[in-house]
Design a protein. Structure first.
Lengths: 233, 223, 223, 233
């Protein structure tokens, strides 16, 4: 079994205009840099993006936004992308804001065959408008539905050609759950290894969820907010 | 009354908030003032900080040159590891939060009211930045502590009879810690428990829209 | 007609069932006849077997002396690892199953009917042993293939107009592979697709309560 | 932070009669041997047990059954314990059978703050009787509720005194999800190490879920069905 694709360009070659795509990452940590770049190079349009946020201007999903490729976005936060802010102010862009935990759980539900579940997050708020509200043990909960995608772009630290993935530190974030929720999951990794190299007890995403895998190139891995302490003298 | 700089106010709030910590507590510190609380953890107490992007055991900012793009907190700042830390996915992180495993969540607020309602995510007519994880945190943490300046920059009360802004959560706030006072949300209403040494109960009430209950003389808030 | 031993019948069923496999398929093999399928995977084809207790990449029984109490399949038998295998929790395992990620689930059956209903977990009045993971597997796998002897030990049909026993799942079975035939469940009813070389269509029908549709001449089933 | 308890006896000393307890393990693989033994030694009664199965006669939950400590059991399968079979035949025991995936997901839901969710498993069967049935995309699903416990007994391979746990191979099974769903989770490990020893990227159960941890002793780790191949000559 070999799910390796030779390039990011080849891995995204069949993505049509109008596709719904999930993007792993939190801010610009753990984002699929190579796959985004390859998709931007193809200039597909009308993409419905799902991701916690839209990264920053000039990097990550910001590049797709600047290229005019995005028709709508579903996420929990948009505050760090100035172009997105201005598009929202001018009402030229559709955004669907969801509490971060509900976003994660809706994606997990899609991967786990759970069509809907109840959550306390957002009960009594604007988020509850139009949603079914139900009490359990005297407390109100909202009915939330599974969130699926056509494609998921995920970034891992290491992976093997069967699609098994291991993430590194907080670059894990939304990647594992998104890997489960799309018809086609495409993974890029910093290091592609042979099956048997990764510790079977320490694999985060079982290969069953990954349909294509590429060895990423030239990772920038930018830092959004570099905060440091002085080294004691 | 002493006139404090904004920075001094924030430190005062964070220092008092740190007294809510206890040994072995698992806590989530929000962006802004809550982040400062980590600087004032009392001696002899070990707490474990959660970052909702997927980490338990968040350490201080890394030493210069040791920043790691793969290691950030929920404010997207580079951080470091403490021994015994661990990583998990966003889904697992919010399962942890929603499931009531976080003992204490400290958050900032635009408005809080006497029912414990919280508004801290959006102002109608202004740009919506998104709620991030705030709605999940206030719904899931076992105790929600609001840390904020007592009034707005213009001096308007932020502790209200009823919130005007869109809610982040309903009846979620348990304690409010400001640069003037510590207030507990109870079924009877807001109880003034502590006031800072350099002010009066009357001043605190005048800076507060909601009526403050004073069943016992307020203690002096440690500053 | 040849009279086969039970063991020969089981091998025949497993061998034919293995032809449903394809390169890269993720499959779950139930207890009994399905377990035998692993012995007949066609050359040049790599499949990944899932054990619902939490493993992908289940290998053959270990060599003597290499048994590991921490490494068992869903039948509680000791197994071995194949390269690229991985482990996960029961919750993650059934998320995988329920979410439609398993391409093929092979199970035994007490009864199957022409609507694709399956009964394989309990007989009223007898001891209930529990459904284990069967209800989740038939609800979640993309294709459910029943592998069983065509009739009961007493010769009674097991492929029925309607199941008499309590259901494991409703309209879940897609293919039935027996020691006599391969039958496809369609909206129109049960289509007889293949019969073994040593029997006749008439015999298969006589051993089947449900009416078999024969839109095209059945192929000879590989035995 | 030190969650270490000196003995299994001390770890279970406060468990009252009538408690609801979850037990990790699948068959007798990955079961909390030491904690079960300590509880049997205490002879508490009226325990409501939750676990995939009841192990075998003379080992695992079978020991509690033989000691007459169990008032009811919730699980997915009972077929491998002969005493349990006879108790069921004589109707002197209450058992609640749940599809294995629904059992796992109900326990996960309890840990994850999800009061209820919809699942396709069991729709149209006896399991659906008395349950709310709802269609999503034309397919019927059952509403299932979170399953909580007072205590969870889990068994890990390695753990540290902050409660972080790592499981080994298929001994993981129900342990991690049960660790999240009880008021008090007690873990036993084959090797107790200092915080910082376990790879933070490879921890299966974050310490937040574990309230007490003990170093287990004299693990039997019996094998239920020893199946082997001949070593080629």
């Amino acid at each position: 079994m070999n799910k390796t694709v030779t390039s990011a360009a080849a891995a995204v070659a069949d993505i049509p205009n109008g596709a719904t795509i999930m993007f792993g990452g939190f801010g610009i940590c753990g984002i699929p840099e190579n796959l985004i770049a390859a998709l931007v190079a193809r200039r597909v349009t009308g993409i419905h993006t799902i991701g916690n946020d839209m990264g920053i201007d000039g990097f990550g999903l910001g590049l797709m936004l600047e290229a005019g490729m995005i028709a709508s976005h579903t996420g929990s936060y948009v505050g760090d992308n100035k172009l997105l802010e201005s598009l929202l102010v001018s009402r030229s862009f559709t955004i669907n804001l969801i509490p971060q935990g509900t976003l994660a759980e809706r994606i997990r539900a899609a991967g786990a065959g759970i069509p809907a579940f109840y959550t306390p997050a957002g009960a009594g708020t604007q988020i509850a408008e139009g949603k079914e509200i139900r009490e359990f043990n005297g407390r109100p909960y909202l009915l939330e539905h599974a969130l699926h995608a056509d494609f998921a772009f995920v970034k891992a630290w290491r992976g093997d050609r069967m699609g098994n993935l291991v993430y590194r530190k907080t670059a894990r974030n939304f990647n594992p759950v998104m890997a489960t929720a799309a018809r086609v999951t495409i993974a890029e990794v910093e290091e592609l290894v042979e099956p048997g190299v990764l510790d079977p007890d320490a694999i985060h995403t079982p290969g069953i969820y990954v349909h294509r895998i590429i060895q990423g190139e030239r990772y920038e891995k930018r830092i959004e907010r570099r905060t440091v302490r002085k080294v004691p003298a | 009354m002493t006139h404090l700089t904004d920075q001094k106010k924030r430190e005062r709030i964070a220092r008092r908030a740190a007294l809510e910590l206890y040994d072995g507590a698992y806590v989530n510190l929000g962006i802004g003032i809550p982040t400062l609380i980590a600087n004032y953890v009392p001696a002899g107490i070990a707490v474990v900080c959660q970052a909702e992007n997927g980490m338990l055991g968040v350490g201080p900012y890394p030493f210069e040159g040791q920043e790691d793009a793969d290691l950030i907190n929920a404010g997207k700042e580079t951080v470091s590891e403490l021994p015994g830390c661990c990583y998990f996915s966003s889904a697992d992180s919010f399962a942890m939060i929603r499931g009531g495993h976080i003992a204490l969540s400290f958050l900032g607020a635009m408005e809080v009211d006497e029912l414990g309602n919280l508004a801290n995510w959006t102002i109608p007519g202004k740009l919506v930045k998104g709620m991030g994880g705030a709605m999940d945190l206030v719904a899931g943490a076992r105790r929600v502590v609001v840390t904020m300046e007592h009034t707005s920059k213009k001096g308007a009360p932020k502790i209200l009879h009823r919130c005007n802004l869109p809610f982040t959560g309903i009846a979620v706030v348990e304690t409010i810690i400001t640069d003037l006072a510590v207030i507990r949300v109870t079924k009877q209403g807001l109880v003034l428990e502590e006031v800072v040494p350099d002010t009066t109960v009357e001043h605190v009430q005048s800076a507060t829209e909601a009526a403050l209950l004073i069943p016992a003389p307020p203690r002096i808030m440690a500053v």
